[in-house]
Design a protein around this ligand. Structure first.
Ligand code: NAP
Ligand code: ZN
Ligand code: ZN
Length: 345
């Protein structure tokens, strides 16, 4: 029996929940979860902010744990290995995206870690707010033994979600990067952009995060609470990574891009964005989007973190603090990721 926490409805607080994980298939590994991060996407889904959800829901897609058993055909992992599980647990495995390691963009749709049915069409996928997990070895990655594990869990979603667009849009020395929102995702963007050699500016609405942002490697920190703040940064970035979870006026931020700059949509608010056409064509600006990262990129990101000693800044909590952590995250009062100690389930 697995012990965890679940939302039984969109309105009720999460509560203790016991359930069975599937028995091990040939290509499966079982793990004891050590830490599980709380992503804002968990909150969006529990609260049905993206449409109807599947209840009971055990959220959690930032998982780090140790392998306790392996199926008969497993070759990638051994008992005792430290592994990570992220935002998806399966995909079709045969489309061009799956074959090129971009499983998150699978033509049939990736199979999420929770709030969905597995590919058999009937088993409910339960996520990482629990003490154990079972996953096909192809969808787990190796975690470097050298990093503090509570700070590793958030890399599995927040980390790769910022690493991927920075690599795709080739951030490096000479690139002027801005990160909108210094939350779980945003703070990883600052660390990665800095490690890649880019010039990093944080665009925040929380003055109290200034010192932390600079300590994480930001070169500048601007509170975007006035027209003067926007005017002062007009045409000054090559790449803007928008991690804000709330609805906001995108055109004001697009004006901060220089010629040929790109604003990448990463946060997933409830309302569509309105965009001024003149703002785009006047400087050949682009809007892009980016969703997590595939399995090869997850491994590449973890290896990069091992080499550069990068982890998430976390507040470790016990399971009975999850509901408070949700409220604090929504209030932008998280420094900078809540991570559940799985021994407390
Ligand atoms: P988070 O920790 O809550 O961080 C979001 C940050 O946005 C806040 O810390 C805050 O930063 C800023 N913010 C919040 N409300 C705001 C408001 N009303 N006005 C301006 N700024 C505001 O959330 P997260 O876990 O990083 O996730 C961020 C978003 O990304 C969520 O929508 C989530 O669902 C989405 N997401 C997308 C992907 C993907 O693959 N694309 C993956 C994971 C998550 P400041 O205090 O610095 O302003
Ligand atoms: Zn996430
Ligand atoms: Zn596929």
């Amino acid at each position: 029996m697995s012990k965890g926490y679940a939302a039984l409805t969109a309105e009720a607080p999460l509560e203790p929940f016991s359930f069975e994980r599937r028995s091990l298939r040939d290509s499966d590994v079982a793990l004891d979860i050590l830490f599980a991060g709380i992503c804002h996407s968990d909150i969006h889904q529990v609260r049905q902010e993206w449409g109807p959800s599947l209840f009971p829901m055990v959220p959690g897609h930032e998982i780090v744990g140790r392998v306790t058993a392996i199926g008969s055909s497993v070759s990638k992992f051994a008992v005792g290995d430290l592994i990570g599980v992220g935002v998806f647990i399966d995909s079709c495995r045969k489309c061009p995206q799956c074959l090129s390691g971009l499983q998150q963009y699978c033509v049939e749709g990736m199979t999420g870690t929770y709030n969905t049915l597995e590919r058999d069409g009937s088993s409910v996928a339960y996520g990482g707010y629990s003490d154990s997990f079972v996953i096909d070895e192809g969808y787990a990655v190796t975690v470097p033994e050298t990093l503090p594990l509570e700070g590793v869990a958030p890399l599995m979603c927040a980390g790769v979600t910022l690493y991927s667009p920075l690599k795709h849009w080739k951030a490096g020395p000479g690139t002027r990067v801005a990160v909108m929102g210094l939350g779980g995702l945003g703070h990883m963007g600052v660390k990665f952009a800095h490690a890649l050699g880019a010039h990093v500016t944080v665009l925040s609405h929380s003055e109290g995060k200034r010192a932390d942002a600079l300590a994480m490697g930001a070169d500048a920190f601007v509170v975007m609470n006035s027209d003067a703040a926007f005017a002062g940064l007009a045409n000054s970035f090559d790449l803007i990574l928008n991690t804000v979870s709330a609805n906001l006026e995108l055109t004001k931020y697009l004006n901060l891009l220089d010629v040929d700059g790109t604003l990448v949509v990463i946060g997933l608010p409830t309302q569509p964005y309105t965009v001024g056409a003149g703002t785009l064509l006047g400087k050949r600006r682009s809007i892009g989007g980016s969703m997590i990262g595939g399995i090869p990129e997850l491994q590449e990101m973890l290896d990069f973190c091992g080499k550069h000693n990068i982890v998430s800044e976390v507040e470790v909590i016990a399971a009975d603090y999850i509901n408070t952590a949700y409220d604090r995250t929504v209030a932008s009062d998280v420094k900078y990721r809540f991570v559940i100690d799985a021994s407390t389930f």
